[in-house]
Design a protein around this ligand. Structure first.
Ligand SMILES: Cc1cc2nc3c(=O)[nH]c(=O)nc-3n(C[C@H](O)[C@H](O)[C@H](O)COP(=O)(O)OP(=O)(O)OC[C@H]3O[C@@H](n4cnc5c(N)ncnc54)[C@H](O)[C@@H]3O)c2cc1C
Length: 399
């Protein structure tokens, strides 16, 4: 690939798992190309990729044939092999998805049938005593058991991919925030906080900021990103009484999975995350407000439909987030012996969730094209699990 000095064939913006994986896949496909990765922070994985649950998802929730299902299936296999190669911790802990009311049972049975037709790994349907056999403190009517489900350390994966990029000759530029992007005479002029970077192709994998960067680059994205804060609680060591991933039965109409128990690599247990509509794209603390996000939200017709449709669910989430007791109360549906005083606040993350003009929370991954550019406008969970496959998918879309 031809390129002039100080100019790149591909400029990837965003040093999260997906941007890093995209840059890596581009170098694998075009080993002699010049690739730059721009990241506004002083290192990788400072946002979604480093503030998540650390779960390697099985893909059981996603509609067969959807891009999410396909890329998750491919991505988790690739990720397992990458972690083996790089000696990154990977612990198989198993997962129970538990129905605690009769109304939730048909949805789980439906998922079980679907999993048999479209395999997502080993899956068993358990009754109450089967649940206790896997997780002695767990309780429920029926559960799906996925014994192969695992946890890993996504920040370490991101750092390992960044090292791969350096070794393969890519330029990784930290503290380079993209402010403006102009396509002139077939070349992108990307104005950053530290000067201009030029490139033939611009790959926008900026997570929470991706729709804004698409606008800046002259594209007209079909969705807008809304930030949903997810708050976690950590079980006090003496109350860490579970071993597996424990999830409530999902509401398949929503992209969020409900408050769940997640084992951590160091032996701790996280509870959460909830899903609270936030007024700041990087609003990790309660009460953070960004004027620009207020304008972004209120000017999007989808926001008003979304508000009307999910007001009640949003209110319940908000109430639950106020006190540890309220969270413990919900979690006791899965583990009845969980004491009230078992939880302390832990980290929080913010999800980049695309909302369309009609107010739908978009479920699948969304990539949109503009001249010499690709914009990844929806990469919600399980994009960490699927990152290597998403990177390859994006790299293949380019000529
Ligand atoms: C609370 C929570 C829990 C989750 N749990 C899981 C899980 O257990 N398993 C799973 O598979 N997935 C999970 N996910 C989803 C997963 O973490 C994300 O889908 C994935 O990390 C998205 O990666 P990304 O690279 O697209 O975005 P990000 O990691 O957000 O990266 C985007 C990068 O772009 C940079 N950037 C933004 N604007 C600019 C700019 N102007 N110039 C330069 N750089 C810029 C940012 O600094 C950031 O580093 C979870 C997410 C959250 C928030």
């Amino acid at each position: 690939m031809g390129c002039v000095d100080n100019s790149y064939d591909f400029v990837v913006v965003g040093g999260g798992l997906v941007g890093l994986s995209t840059a890596r896949a581009l170098l694998t496909r075009h080993p002699t190309s010049k690739v730059a990765l721009l990241e506004k922070e002083d290192g990788v994985a400072k946002h979604q990729s480093g503030r998540n649950s650390g779960v390697v998802h099985s893909g059981i929730y996603y509609a067969p044939g959807s891009q999410k299902a396909q890329l998750t299936e491919k991505g988790k296999v690739a990720l397992a092999s990458y972690c083996r190669e790089k000696k990154i911790p990977w612990r198989t802990v198993g997962k129970l998805i538990i129905a605690t009311t009769p109304e939730e049972v048909p949805a789980l049975e439906g998922l079980y049938q679907r999993a048999k037709e479209d395999p997502v790994g080993e899956v068993h349907l358990l009754d109450g005593s089967g649940i206790r056999g896997v997780e002695p403190k767990g309780s429920g009517l029926v559960a799906l058991h996925l014994p192969d489900s695992a946890i890993t350390e996504y920040t370490r994966i991101a750092k390992a991919i960044a090292t791969d990029l350096w070794e393969a000759g890519a330029t990784v530029l930290y503290n380079h925030e993209l402010h403006n992007a102009t396509l002139k005479k077939g070349e992108w002029h990307l104005e950053t906080s530290q000067g201009v970077v030029n490139g033939a192709y611009f790959l926008n994998t900026a997570g929470l900021q991706a729709d804004r960067l698409a606008w800046v680059a002259g594209a007209n994205p079909s969705v807008r990103i809304f930030p949903f804060r997810g708050e976690y609680w950590r079980l006090k060591p003496e109350s860490s009484i579970t071993k597996a991933l424990l999830y409530p039965a999902p509401n398949l109409g929503m992209p969020f999975l409900g408050v769940h128990f997640t084992p951590e690599m160091d032996g701790g247990t996280l509870l959460g995350p909830n899903a609270l509509l936030a007024w700041h794209r990087e609003g990790y603390e309660r009460g953070m407000v960004e004027n620009r996000q207020i304008v972004d939200a209120l000017s999007w017709t989808g926001f008003w439909c979304l508000g009307g449709r999910h007001l009640r669910a949003g209110w319940e989430e908000w109430k639950r987030s106020r006190t540890a007791q309220a969270v413990a109360h919900s979690a006791r549906r899965l583990v009845p012996s969980l004491p009230d005083n078992a939880l302390q606040r832990a980290l929080s993350g913010v999800r980049a969730q695309a909302v369309d003009q009609d107010g739908n929370l978009v479920n699948d991954f969304v990539v949109e094209e503009s001249p010499q550019a690709l914009h990844l406008l929806n990469a919600p969970s399980p994009a960490a699990t699927a990152c290597l496959a998403i990177g390859e998918y994006i790299a293949k879309m380019l000529p």
